[in-house]
Design a protein around this ligand. Sequence first.
Ligand code: S3P
Length: 191
Amino acid sequence: MPDVAEFFRYFIRDYKEIAVEKNIILVGYMGSGKTSVSKALEKISGLTFLDTDEEIVKRAGKSINAIFAEDGEEAFRGMETALLQELIETGWKGILSTGGGMPVRPENRSLLKKVGTVVYLKTSPEAICKRLEGDTTRPLLAGLADHEEKLAKIRSMLELREPYYVEAADMTVQTDGLAPKEIAEKIVEAF
Ligand code: S3P
């Protein structure tokens, strides 16, 4: 009988070797699962993950909603770019979960590539809408209580952003119907 524990250890070791060599950057629309996939990746790679939204909130000392309301979206976008520049300058290593609008700025798309290998989590508008039901933390989808209205907004934003996600990415993973762990495994296998 094969030694199952040894077999398992071998794979974990392999995953670590593969993931440690390159940083993994996740891009995709709000609700595409970037944070939960990052957490799953953290478990199988041994690398730690950084969430750009969380880091910006920590540094600004206020929520994303408050940054948008008090300082404006452009100020937030400036914070995103500055953070990417800092990660490059300091030689940061790990898994990076980015805000859904990060690849929209051309400058950010080239900065992202300098940080690491970029993975686009491609999710359907329907799945996104379902996941973001009742969410109040995304200022760009605020005030859209009605399901159809929200779905239409997600569809039109996704249509505009899709080319940017594709351009920023080195690989695309279709996420509909997959659990974060399954998505993380697909990513690691492709590295
Ligand atoms: C945004 C996505 C959010 C956050 C901000 C703007 C966007 O991040 O950065 O609300 O423009 O799509 P998540 O994708 O993590 O929700």
